[in-house]
Write a protein that binds this ligand. Structure first.
Ligand code: OAD
Length: 229
């Protein structure tokens, strides 16, 4: 089976009702990154950080995978599919995809502030001050904040460099190292980029840009890959 690697970003979940970051009215238009998504913010304005991720988590319990997430499942009968997602939601999992690597963490998980290996699942949305790990330290969102290392980038590079087909969906390709993954992909293999705006990809060989929303572009591409003309 050919190995099909899919890199997804916030646009993948937009039609589920989850806000993107850099579109107009996106999360970073309404919140300053340094106030809610950095270790310094956690130190200086922890309440604001906690509230920001609690609201994101609350929303995640209320939304569902969309037609784009669901369309990717069909590929698994025909390809060895690996998803690398920048998204912290669990919508690929809930749609039924099997192999998912989360580059930027997971909203429904929290972890210890003194031992990053102590990670816990949340079965409800609210994390509170006073919620502690088994070693007695405060729990924090299991999110890769700006200025922190991206522990899964090594495996993501390895997966990308072994792809036979590479698909990018709904990301502005503005955040590194995630955006650099496409440069590890074999230049000779077919690549696709589904995004109504399709930014930042000049100089990538064998790239077909599909300027559609995920809900339309993904089922269309899946059909094309399964039944090539
Ligand atoms: P961005 O908000 O930067 O980009 C979202 C992309 O989705 C844009 O290119 C839009 O054109 C596209 N888009 C919008 N609606 C879409 C739809 N219905 N179908 C397909 N595409 C659509 O989000 P990311 O690129 O995911 O990191 O951002 C990367 C990282 O920056 C995030 O993981 C997050 C953020 O800061 C952390 O929080 C660590």
């Amino acid at each position: 089976m050919k190995k099909l690697v899919i890199l997804t970003g916030a646009g993948m979940s937009a039609e589920s009702g989850v806000s993107t970051f850099r579109d107009s009215n996106g999360l970073w238009q309404n919140h300053r990154i340094e106030e809610v998504a950095s270790p310094i913010a956690w130190q200086n304005t922890p309440k604001m950080v906690m509230e920001f991720y609690n609201q994101r988590r609350k929303q995640l319990f209320e939304v569902e995978p969309n037609i784009g997430h669901k369309a990717l499942i069909d590929l698994e009968k025909h390809f060895d599919v690996q998803i690398i997602t920048q998204n912290v939601d669990d919508l690929h999992e809930r749609a039924g995809s099997k192999n998912i690597l989360h580059l930027h963490g997971e909203l429904k998980k929290v972890r210890s502030t003194i031992d990053e290996d102590l990670v816990y699942e949340m079965d409800q949305w609210e994390l509170k001050f006073g919620d502690k790990c088994e070693k007695g330290s405060q729990l924090r969102p299991h999110i890769v904040w700006f200025g922190e290392a991206v522990p899964m980038i090594g495996p993501a590079i390895e997966i990308s460099s072994s792809a036979d087909i590479f698909i990018v969906i709904g990301t502005s390709m503005a955040v590194y190292p995630a955006a650099s993954l496409i440069s590890y992909v074999n230049p000779d293999i077919p690549k696709y980029y589904i995004d109504p705006n399709a930014f930042n990809v000049s100089g990538i060989s064998n790239l077909k840009i599909i300027k559609e929303k995920a809900g339309k572009g993904v089922p269309q591409l899946v059909k094309e890959l399964i039944n090539p003309v």
